[in-house]
Write a protein that binds this ligand. Structure first.
Ligand code: ZN
Length: 143
């Protein structure tokens, strides 16, 4: 048995469908026996099963599939960025410095901080017992 994710080109919904093998899918498709579960359209496209999120961004082989996924992920990252921007104080490249001064002076900021730091700085902070979280950040212009 093989599970395909099928996209309906008419109503833009997608659904999973089981076939005994890939040939069965092709056969049914040729005979127009693959229907959309939602609107009954036969305008169905097979898409690849979701790969690992880490794998798709630069994977040209799954470009068709990944464009949609990439947009989804970018949207999630953007939402997350907005959350961070609203709840944390931006300290830019001073992140390592600010994080240390918070840590060692026991300062209480109303907000957490966010900014950028190099991998080396993050490693050093961790070694000093200062916990940081890293996350992907999309900027309009590249750094
Ligand atoms: Zn449909």
């Amino acid at each position: 048995m093989i599970k395909y994710k099928l996209d309906c080109l008419d109503c833009n919904k997608n659904f999973d469908s089981w076939f005994s093998n890939s040939k069965e899918y092709e056969k049914l498709k040729q005979r127009n026996l693959v229907n959309c579960h939602f609107c009954g359209s036969k305008n169905i496209n097979k898409s690849i099963m979701a790969p690992n999120v880490n794998n798709f961004i630069n994977d040209n082989k799954t470009e068709f599939f990944s464009l949609k996924r990439k947009r989804d992920v970018e949207r999630k990252i953007k939402n997350f960025q907005n959350f961070i921007k609203n709840n944390f104080e931006y300290v830019g490249n001073n992140f390592a410095y600010k994080a240390r001064s918070l840590h060692y002076n026991n300062k209480k900021f109303k907000k957490g901080i966010f900014g950028s730091a190099s991998k080396k700085e993050i490693k050093e902070l961790n070694e000093e017992g200062i916990n940081t979280q890293t996350f992907p950040w999309i900027e309009k212009k590249d750094n």
